[in-house]
Design a protein around this ligand. Sequence first.
Ligand code: ATP
Length: 490
Amino acid sequence: MEGTMTERIQVNGLPAEASFTAGGDLRWRVDGGAGRGEQSLAVESSVLGFTAEGREITVRAFVSQLKGPFCGVGNLGNRVMKNFVLEMPTEVVAKMWSERLRKYIDSLGRPKRIFIFLNPYGGKKSARKIFHTEIRPLLLAANIIYTLQETEYQLHAQELAYKLDFLNYDGIVCVSGDGVLVEVVNGLLQREDWDTAIKVPLGIIPAGTGNGLAKSILDAAGENYSIQNATFAVIRGHKRALDVTTVLQGNTKFFSILMLSWGLIADIDIESEKYRWMGDTRLDFYCILRVMKLRKYHGNIEYIPAPGHESFGKPKNEREAIAGNIEISKQGRDGDVDVLHGYQGPNCCFDDSVWRFLEGPFISIMLVNVPWVGKDAMPAPEAKFSDGFLDLVLIKDCPKSALASILLKTGNGSHVKSPYVMYLKVKAFRLVPGNRVGDSAKGGIVDVDGEVVARGEGVYMCGQERDPMSYGPPILLTVDKGLATVFSSR
Ligand SMILES: Nc1ncnc2c1ncn2[C@@H]1O[C@H](COP(=O)(O)OP(=O)(O)OP(=O)(O)O)[C@@H](O)[C@H]1O
């Protein structure tokens, strides 16, 4: 192992004693003048990249704006790009230092070439501008080579991910909302070579309305939610496994990474579209409206609780549940040539599992994979990226005043303490959605990762959505532990 290198150099024109440690810390002490003092940069967590020319090495750092002796340490406020020019005594010394820096950065396993999907249409339609002003400068500073592909229509990212030559890239990054990343996951899992394709690290840089995955990734690393921090998470190249849920109904199948919702939350998410002109306040406005004119839905659920979560619901006749489940799986596997290539869902064996059940009416049901489903909503504070379970958040009945408080508390996850909220982890889940209580002619919406996958009779239609599942027949959710990989800050 190589030891610490020490040298008398100039840093940004000031004479200094500098060292680069085997652990990747760049430290220097300026002896006199205005810049006097000691500074330290942990290359792994604070440096994007560097360039070397002659006797000069320019280190491109990404550091806290706050002043302090250890500028690269900690998470103090927003970060900015800052150059440190290290002037070495000779070119030979400069070469030695830059080789050591290069070797250290190479050892970090950071991505060198990435494929980027950019949705110019998502959120406030500003992804293109965000890319050029905030993301691209960081990628260039990190010497990352990228191929940029704008998505031109719905499901374009899915089509391209299906045929992308992923071996040319160290990662696939979406500058979008969660929807485009979900399409990429679905495209990769439909491929013949899905098992290698889904191992390509996926990155998300938030530029849409729904950005739950980016928020979850940054929050888990103790980082502030920002476009630049999300970009730096990709650059740093740490990886996390992410559970993938298979959503199956008959021959129809989807892969989900965020959430399935039915009832109140799905209604707010989808029906508030008609108030899009209000901007972000549409969700709050429609939320109040839906609480005031509260709906409940008939239906029933069955699930296999995670160990330690068996106290909720009622025990289901084991044989009956398994038989129902096998029937669904067979339809998906044998019924349609189209679904036979690509990933078929996890190899589940529920032989030793005890199913439990609960009958409606229900106000709201959510099955969540990561803690945050938007940058301000944390319905599942205990959700883990790759525990192999979904967090079930359920409200069966609740006075309106308590419901309003529950919805407000979703911002920090404390709603799960409410006696009206049932919160547990499940391994598999089966939903039979029914119609509205008191209005049997109207059904509800099944929302998977922000897309309507099924809707009942008399439900609001918006735009050109696809509803490939029918409303009513059982929808089965199974989880594949850590099937996908995402870039993360730590
Ligand atoms: N050029 C395009 N025109 C129209 N739709 C597109 C285009 N590119 C992608 N889409 C679709 O836009 C939808 C939303 O994408 P994205 O995930 O980026 O944003 P979002 O935050 O989830 O949603 P939104 O901001 O639209 O509410 C996806 O269904 C995607 O297929």
